[in-house]
Every structure is written in structure tokens, then in C-alpha cells.
Ligand binder design. Structure first.
Ligand SMILES: Nc1ncnc2c1ncn2[C@@H]1O[C@H](COP(=O)(O)OP(=O)(O)OP(=O)(O)O)[C@@H](O)[C@H]1O
Length: 654
């Protein structure tokens, strides 16, 4: 009791100091502190940034405490708060001094004697749990997470700063060159880790705030599910986008044949586009009459040498082209200028560049190209495709491309078209914004071309790539991380694994795991399902699904997801009363209807999976990985409703 009171006193003191600091920040407005306008502006920007951090971050001021062997105590929270006498009342969870709170173990105590987890609501300490390091703190931690995760889901992801586990912390705070790939089964916390890593990097590397951080997810529903996590951590300036909205605003999801989509998404296409582009260069001797008597000539070979020289320095087609035109004009000028010539080199170059013969010839040698024009070339002129890509594409594949049409109108673009156009932009004139760090989630389902699109937005390939190979859907491009990273042009990377699933109870993991091929990465669970999994055989899929969803909503008193294959979507929809259509709107706290495309990465208290056999058939988002993903969405209850026989491994598991 006494200790609880002492904790309350510390919280009161911290809260008062926090309020004072905040009031000082807001009062200070409009008061110039220096004569230097520039300094005032910079100070004002800092002030506004601090107000933003204070007002946007949500939750209790702190959540943990470490007592160190040197008898000092630190409180771990959202902000650093100082007392009037400059004592540290709490520190930021991302500060180096907070690290032992997350990582201390009995073997490696990091100078920590005791770790305390505080349960604080608003400004009241409700209780605390101590974790002496000489007993297994893993158990305590897991209890805290299980308690946290067993709370009701409300359609929004939450931050986890008070319960980050040691292995998660190690990934959140890992400083790497290049990309960090986090492989982990369903519910191991990849998304949580990726978002907290973004926040951690922003705190640790102040220049990232200027360079920007981008978070990429599989679709708009997922972005809506995660988008308040970073603001709640005080990081509101991060750009969060669905993969299809990287290039343009969300575009029409036009359907296209599977084979065509796979072909257009394959990494080979990047090489074909590059060759098609540089195939446009064409050299012959160029002669330009510079006066009535004199004609200057630059031979085809000399032009090739110039091309080699400019391409060494300029990567993009447009920049290299500009340099080539300058250098070629310079070469001509040097031919006409003699040592006793009166004209200056600049004048000579100007005269050459104005000559009609010159402009015509140089444009023919190195024509202009637009991204749309280049993408079109992938679908027209069989002869040209055969000439540049016979070693990369089969005759059938070339036929498939020729039969298809280039979609460069923004409304008719499929996700694969978006990636093609982006690749073309990048080759010709890369004018898009690049970020200091990029986090990409559910990466196992991106085509190589889509991943390339993400990679090129990260400066120095500074990336966090999150995914689970076992959740690859039917037509996904990723087969192994090594292969896909190579195809995406990522040169430096580490692959790490998260092995414990906090979301999915053991029983559900076992059922879903029967689908996986031997040796596939599968996580361990840490808790038992509070409600047993059920399989319901029925002749009326729609009604049975609706009934089961209502029953589960009653039982778990929380959110329910229904994952239905496209072939049964309308039947299920017709049978439902009140529900949120998660394909088009935000997730709700009650019953949510999802197709396989939007189900990725989401989480519910209970899940109803409709007709597994049809999910196995569905393309592109179904298959074994699609069904495995559907079966691993729930924290507490799961039912399968089917009219066809269950797929064999599932039938046995139930
Ligand atoms: N250390 C933690 N403390 C509290 N909750 C946690 C922790 N780690 C993970 N969780 C919770 O576990 C759930 C699963 O996490 P998350 O969605 O990040 O997993 P994932 O690996 O991305 O899953 P999927 O592969 O299905 O997308 C989330 O509700 C998350 O908040």
C-alpha cells in the first residue's frame, strides 16, 4: 500500500512538471527571444514541434521503472520530464538509458536490479508488477502481453511500448546498413515492430525527420488499421501508403489475367524495359555544315565513345541524354575552332546547337522518351521485343504481352501497371520523392516489380522489410528472401526471425499449421484458446456464416472478422444484417466482412473462415498461404463454415 502511494506521489510530481513544461511552451508563443529573426524562426519551429509531440502522443506519461544496482531509479515513458530542480522524473522509451527496461535478463542484467511494470490510467496508479531478475521474467512479460492482447479489439492497431519483448526490442533498435528483413509468422509482432522501429529511428537519427519516413502496406484497409499507431507514439509526420497508391492516388483495381499479372510483375520485365529504352539509341556519322566551305563530322564510333563516357556518370536516360547533347556539340565546336579562330568556344557551341542538321541528327541518334511511351513499347512491335528480349521471354510470353494493351491511363491501371510505369519513370527521369527510411509490410505478397518500386524510394536502401513466407498467397512472387531481394536490387541486408506468436492461440496455430509444407517457418504460441475452434458443416453457407458470426460476437463480446472467398461473397453479404464492409470502409468494432485481399495483416477477437476449399482455389489472393493467413487472424475464437468437404489436413485437425 505504502509503495502504491509512493508511486502515486511520483506520478503526481511528474504530471505537475509535465503540465508546467507544456504550459511554458504554449505561453511562450509570439515572444521573440532574440534580435536575430532567423534564430527566432528556428526556435519557433522547435517549439511547435515539441507542442506537437506533447499533444499527439497518447496514453499514460510512463509505464515502467527500473531500479539499478547503483540505487538509482528510472521511469520509462513517452517523454523526458524534468523536475524544477532538473531531476529526471521520467525518460523517453527510446533513450539509450531505457534499453535495460526491455533487454535485461538474469544472465545479462544490464545493471538492473528490479523491473517494475506500472498500470496507470490517466493520472492514477492502479497497480504494479515487479519482476525481480532472478526469476524468469519471460513469464511475467508474457502475462502482460497476453493480458494486453486479450483486451477487446476495436478495429485499430495499438502501440506496444510498455510490453516490447527483448527480441522485438533488438530489432526495433538495430542499426544496420541497408535493409533489415524481419521474417515472422502470423501475430509475432512484425507490424508492431516495424512501426515502433520507425519511431525509434526518428528519435535516434534527427535528420530522418527532414528526410522523411514512409510506411507501405498492402491496401487501404490495412493502412487505416495501422495509421494511428505512429501518431500515438508522437510521430505524426510519417507518410503511410498502400502499395498501389505509391505512384498515383488510389487507382481502379482493374482485373487482369493471372498469367499476365505474374509476367508483368516479374523481375525480368525490369531488364526488358531497360533494354527497350537503351535500344532507342542509333548512331551514324553526323555531318554539319558550319560555313559555306567547312563541314564538320563526328563519326558513329566517336558518338558511341561519348555515350559510354556520359553513361558512366549519369544514370538516368534523360540526364545522360542532356549531357550527350552538350558533349556532342562541344566536339563539333572543337572541330571548327582553329587556334587563330576569332569565335569563342561558347559561341561556336551555340552556333552548332542551332544548326538544323545538327538538331535533327542528334535527336535521331538519341531520341526523347517518356515513361508512358516506354511502357507502351512492352506491348507493341513483336519484332523489337524478340530482338531485345529473346533470352528473357519465351515466344508465348511475348505473345501474351503483344495481345495485352498498355494501360497508362490512371483509371485503367492495375497494380502491375503502376509498378511498370514507376520503373519507366525511374529509368528515364527519376523525379519522385525519396525517404530517409522505408518500412514495407506484408512484403511476401509483393511482386518483384512492386518491391523494386518500394526499394527505390529508400535512400541508401535504408529499409525495414516485414513479411512471412508462409503467408504467401497463391500468385505471390516471393519465394525466398534472398532471391527476391536480389531481384529487387537490394545489395546489403540482414534477415532476422521473430518466433513467438502473441496473437494466435496454440490450438489455432496447430490447426493452421497443418496446411504448411514441412520445414516452412511456423511460430510458437504462448497461450491457450479461451474458446475451442469449431468446424460447421452446412448446406446454407450464407445463413450459417451469419448465425455463427452473431454467436461469436455475443460470446467474445468483441470484433468478428468473416473471411469469405470471392465466389461466396455475395451469398454471405446477403445473409448478414449489420456489418462493416472492410473492403471499402474502415473496420468496425462488430462484424466485419473481408475478402482475402484485405484480410492480410488484420486482427480480430474472433474469425469465421468461409469455405476453405474455395479459398484454396481462389487466385490471386488464395491458395495455401491465403487460407493460412485467414486462419491466423483471431486472438480468441475461430470457426470454419463449409459446405464442401474440408481440405484434408484441416479435416484431420478438426
Ligand atoms: N510485445 C508486445 N506487446 C503487446 N502486444 C504485442 C506485442 N507484440 C505483438 N503484439 C500484438 O500482437 C498482435 C500481432 O502483432 P502484429 O500484427 O504486429 O503481428 P504480425 O507479425 O504483423 O502478424 P501478421 O503476419 O498476421 O501480419 C498485435 O495485436 C500486436 O499489438
Amino acid at each position: 500500500m505504502e509503495e502504491l502511494e509512493a508511486e502515486q506521489r511520483h506520478l503526481d510530481e511528474t504530471a505537475a512538471a509535465y503540465d508546467r513544461a507544456f504550459a511554458a511552451l504554449t505561453e511562450y508563443r509570439d515572444r521573440a527571444v532574440s534580435d536575430d529573426e532567423y534564430a527566432n524562426e528556428a526556435l519557433e519551429a522547435m517549439r511547435r514541434e515539441r507542442i506537437r509531440v506533447y499533444t499527439e502522443a497518447s496514453g499514460p506519461l510512463y509505464f515502467g521503472r527500473i531500479d539499478r544496482t547503483d540505487d538509482s531509479t528510472l521511469y520509462i515513458g513517452r517523454h523526458a520530464v524534468h523536475s524544477p530542480s532538473n531531476d529526471l522524473l521520467s525518460i523517453n522509451w527510446r533513450a539509450p538509458a531505457a534499453e535495460p527496461f526491455y533487454t535485461a535478463t538474469e544472465q545479462d542484467p544490464h545493471g538492473v536490479r528490479r523491473r517494475r511494470r506500472l498500470d496507470i490510467e490517466e493520472r492514477t496508479v492502479l497497480g504494479f508488477v515487479d519482476e525481480p531478475l532472478d526469476t524468469s521474467f519471460e513469464d511475467h512479460l508474457t502475462d502482460a502481453i497476453v493480458e494486453d492482447i486479450s483486451r477487446q479489439r476495436v478495429g485499430e492497431m495499438r502501440q506496444i511500448i510498455s510490453t516490447i519483448t527483448p527480441d522485438q526490442y533488438e530489432l526495433i533498435a538495430r542499426q544496420t546498413d541497408g535493409a533489415l528483413v524481419i521474417q515472422g509468422g502470423p501475430g509475432t509482432g512484425k507490424t508492431a515492430v516495424g512501426l515502433h522501429r520507425a519511431a525509434w529511428l526518428l528519435y535516434t537519427n534527427p535528420q530522418l525527420g527532414r528526410e522523411g519516413v514512409l510506411v507501405v502496406g498492402p491496401n487501404e484497409t490495412f493502412i487505416r488499421y495501422i495509421e494511428q499507431v505512429l501518431p500515438a507514439l508522437g510521430e505524426g509526420g510519417v507518410e503511410q501508403r498502400a502499395i498501389g497508391a505509391l505512384v498515383t492516388k488510389p487507382h481502379g483495381e482493374t482485373d487482369e489475367a493471372r498469367e499476365l499479372a505474374t509476367l508483368k510483375g516479374s523481375a525480368r520485365i525490369a531488364t526488358v524495359l531497360e533494354r527497350l529504352l537503351w535500344d532507342r539509341l542509333h548512331f551514324e556519322d553526323i555531318s554539319v555544315p558550319v560555313s559555306r566551305r567547312v563541314t564538320a563530322t563526328v563519326t558513329a564510333d566517336e558518338q558511341r565513345e561519348l555515350v559510354a563516357a556520359v553513361r558512366e556518370r549519369a544514370f538516368s536516360y534523360a540526364t545522360a541524354r542532356e549531357r550527350f547533347r552538350e558533349r556532342l556539340a562541344g566536339t563539333f565546336a572543337s572541330r571548327v575552332l582553329t587556334s587563330d579562330s576569332l569565335a569563342s568556344p561558347d559561341d561556336a557551341i551555340k552556333t552548332i546547337r542551332k544548326a538544323k542538321e545538327y538538331t535533327r541528327a542528334v535527336t535521331k541518334a538519341w531520341p526523347k522518351e517518356t515513361p508512358e511511351g516506354l511502357v507502351k513499347k512492352l506491348f507493341t512491335n513483336r519484332e523489337r521485343l524478340e530482338r531485345v528480349a529473346a533470352d528473357l521471354l519465351t515466344p508465348d510470353e511475348i505473345t501474351r504481352l503483344i495481345k495485352a494493351k498498355a494501360a497508362t491511363d490512371k483509371h485503367a491501371m492495375t497494380p502491375t501497371d503502376v509498378a511498370l510505369l514507376d520503373e519507366a519513370h525511374w529509368l528515364i527521369d527519376p523525379g519522385f520523392r525519396r525517404f530517409g527510411h522505408v518500412v514495407v509490410d506484408e512484403a511476401q505478397n509483393l511482386t518483384p516489380m512492386e518491391l523494386r518500386m518500394v526499394v527505390r524510394r529508400a535512400r541508401s536502401q535504408s529499409l525495414t522489410i516485414l513479411g512471412d513466407l508462409a503467408q504467401r498467397t497463391a500468385d505471390a512472387g516471393v519465394s525466398s528472401w534472398e532471391r527476391v531481394l536480389n531481384e529487387a536490387g537490394v545489395s546489403t541486408y540482414d534477415v532476422s526471425e521473430l518466433e513467438i506468436s502473441y496473437r494466435v492461440p496454440n490450438e489455432f496455430l496447430t490447426i493452421a499449421g497443418t496446411l504448411l509444407p514441412p520445414g516452412a517457418p511456423a511460430p510458437r504460441g504462448v497461450r491457450e484458446a479461451p474458446f475451442p475452434a469449431r468446424a460447421i458443416h452446412t448446406e446454407t453457407l450464407g445463413e450459417a456464416t451469419a448465425r455463427e458470426a452473431s454467436r461469436l460476437a455475443e460470446t467474445v463480446k468483441g470484433s468478428v472478422g468473416i473471411v469469405a472467398p470471392l465466389e461466396h461473397m455475395s451469398t454471405v453479404r446477403a445473409a448478414l444484417d449489420t456489418y462493416a464492409d472492410a473492403t471499402h470502409a474502415a473496420l468496425g468494432a462488430g462484424i466485419n466482412l473481408l475478402d482475402l485481399h484485405v484480410a492480410k495483416g488484420l486482427e480480430f477477437d474472433a474469425i469465421v473462415v468461409v469455405e476453405p476449399e474455395a479459398i484454396l482455389r481462389e487466385r490471386p489472393d488464395g491458395g495455401v498461404g491465403g487460407l493460412y493467413t485467414a486462419l491466423t487472424r483471431a486472438t480468441r475464437a475461430m470457426s470454419v463454415v463449409h459446405s464442401e468437404p474440408l481440405p484434408e489436413p484441416l479435416a484431420e485437425a478438426f
